[in-house]
Design a binder for this molecule. Structure first.
Ligand code: GLC
Length: 550
């Protein structure tokens, strides 16, 4: 079936936290297989699983030490093959995460490369001499904090790492490196995977010259992103990648592309682009307009969120395809992130779900989003597992914030907010695991927010997701229909139309905490679905979500 992935709802699984069948306290592949029927009920057509390859887990799998194996904590290769086969029976494809900007420092390639300057893999990573005074080649700050260069005593050179010290950047200029990466992707295609999410891909091409930048923090360093993201020539590498791996296959590819603006999407996606879709971050990065530095959040407005989405919609209207998302494993929970403090979380979750599932593009639901899972609120930095939360905490202190202020930033932005165990039931460890201790604590609200309770409640967030997901799949207007933003300047209502020649649907969602009056012409439309029971056609209650037929 051509472009099957335009018609599906995709679901993202963070395997450490989804379901633990072995009782180790960490999720695993059998746990995923056990819940395929649950995903089928949500009308899911593809599951993107974040990395499950062998890894020292410094960055929870984004530091890979073998690209063609399964980490034993998650199970075996035959568990993986079984997952593919069972998913296939239910019409669900498995999508793998390719982390190709960097490997783990425990990968054999790096162990070899760091030995000296003339071993066969000497040029597989990015090595540079120290400056004359012995300092790193540039003053770039890695995304996880500290210098992006680490000294290797064995080789007497620095190596570059965009992320953690343990995640050395691969040298894409070397054709052997590229071929090894393509071979690994082809290995998974032979196993029958339905696509790839390609991690941090905007960083693979480094600039010709490595230059110091103006410091943007008290550490005297400058954000690496501004020097290495989306560099001239990157698409040449990616065209080769497409040709050697993806071209002609019945799969989809979605790149993670921090640093690519909506206007540039046409070069990246579609017929002449390199991927089918691109996760572009302008809408989710609004509270961080100053870059990925959490202690410098900025105010944002609903009109800006709508503008960002309109831009991406316009850019993918005639070319390429949009992956719609509001949550992933790197972002806080959307009920906290996009709504005022104190907003009713059930209503907020339904409000955002309505936008997500009626927008143009393939919706990606992140595990637990369909339950309305929310942020945790831990007061001790030691409780956080996420490497980036810890480094951002240190950075905030260095910038002069108090420990209490720093922990407030972490509470709001921490990636661990999205990574707590899935809330399946009101049983021990929220039904996620039988172990004494889970790898990350369960959110305390699991007694109320859990799949078992929500299945029984017709007004739950879960049943709202199921209903809209089904409604979407039954009405082609939501797949291929045009998208038109309505009330673009309004700071309370998020509204848009989806139409074909035969039919027109209108979505209207009140993002505010106040009752708002709708423009007169809304009263004439037929309400098909409404999140409130006693609604008034002229008004939207706080967080009310509606779908009309026009
Ligand atoms: C991507 C991943 C993130 C990871 C980083 C480094 O942004 O989504 O989780 O930490 O790449 O691989």
């Amino acid at each position: 079936m051509a472009e099957w992935w335009k018609k599906i709802v995709a679901y993202q699984i963070y395997p450490k936290s989804f379901s633990d069948a072995s009782g180790s306290g960490t999720g695993d592949l059998k746990g995923i297989t056990n819940h395929l029927d649950y995903l089928k009920e949500l009308s899911v057509g593809a599951i993107w699983i974040t990395p499950i390859y062998p890894s020292p887990m410094v960055d929870n799998g984004y530091d890979i030490s073998d690209y063609t194996e399964i980490d034993s904590a998650y199970g075996s290769m035959s568990d993986f093959e079984n997952l593919i086969a069972e998913a296939d029976k239910r019409g669900i494809k498995i999508v793998m995460d390719l982390v190709y900007n960097h490997s783990s420092d425990k990968h054999n390639w790096f162990l070899e490369s760091k030995k000296n300057k003339n071993n066969p893999k000497a040029d597989w990573y990015i090595w540079r001499d120290a400056k004359a005074d012995g300092s790193p080649p540039t003053n770039w700050r890695s995304i996880f904090g500290g210098s992006a260069w680490t000294w290797c005593e064995e080789r007497k050179q620095f190596y570059l790492h965009t992320f953690a010290v343990e995640q050395p950047d691969l040298n894409w200029e070397n054709p052997e490196v590229r071929q090894a990466l393509y071979d690994a992707a082809n290995f998974w295609l032979e196993k029958g995977v339905g696509g790839f999410r390609i991690d941090a891909i905007t960083y693979i091409k480094k600039p010709k010259k490595f230059l110091d930048g103006e410091p943007d923090g008290k550490d005297g360093l400058t954000t690496i992103h501004n020097f290495t993201a989306n560099t001239e020539g990157i698409l040449d590498f990616l065209r080769e990648f497409k040709e050697k791996v993806f071209a002609g296959k019945n799969i989809f590819t979605v790149g993670e592309a921090n640093g690519v603006a909506a206007e540039e999407l046409s070069r990246w996606v579609g017929k002449d682009g390199v991927f089918d879709m691109l996760f572009e971050f302008s809408h989710v990065n609004l509270p961080l307009k100053n870059g990925e530095i959490w202690c410098r959040p900025t105010e944002w407005k609903l009109s800006e969120l709508k503008q960002a989405i309109s831009n991406s919609q316009a850019a993918t209207k005639n070319n390429g395809w949009y992956p719609a998302f509001f949550e992933n494993h790197d972002k806080p929970r959307c009920v906290n992130y996009f709504f005022a403090k104190g907003a009713n979380k059930i209503k907020a979750a339904k409000a955002l779900a309505t936008v997500l599932l009626t927008m143009r593009g393939t919706p990606f639901i992140f595990q637990g989003q369909e339950l309305g899972m929310s942020n945790v609120s831990w007061n001790e930095i030691e409780k956080y597992n996420d490497i980036s939360s810890r480094s951002q905490f240190d950075f905030a202190i260095q910038e002069g914030f108090s420990a209490a202020e720093a922990i407030d930033f972490i509470k709001f932005f921490s990636r661990d907010n999205a990574r707590t165990p899935m809330q399946w039931s009101a049983e021990k460890n929220s039904g996620f695991s039988d172990a004494e201790k889970t790898w990350l604590p369960v959110n305390e609200n699991y007694l109320e927010v859990n799949a078992a309770a929500e299945e029984k409640n017709s007004d739950s967030v879960l049943n709202w997701y199921r209903k809209l997901s089904k409604f979407r799949s039954e009405n082609p207007e939501f797949i291929f229909g045009d998208f038109e933003m309505l009330l673009a300047e309004d700071e309370k209502i998020f509204a848009f139309a989806r139409s074909s020649e035969e039919k027109k649907f209108v979505t209207a969602v009140n993002f505010s905490q106040e009752k708002v009056e709708l423009p007169k012409n809304f009263a004439e439309k037929k309400i098909l679905i409404d999140s409130e029971k006693n609604s008034d056609k002229n008004f939207l209650q706080p967080l009310e979500a509606r779908i009309y037929q026009d």
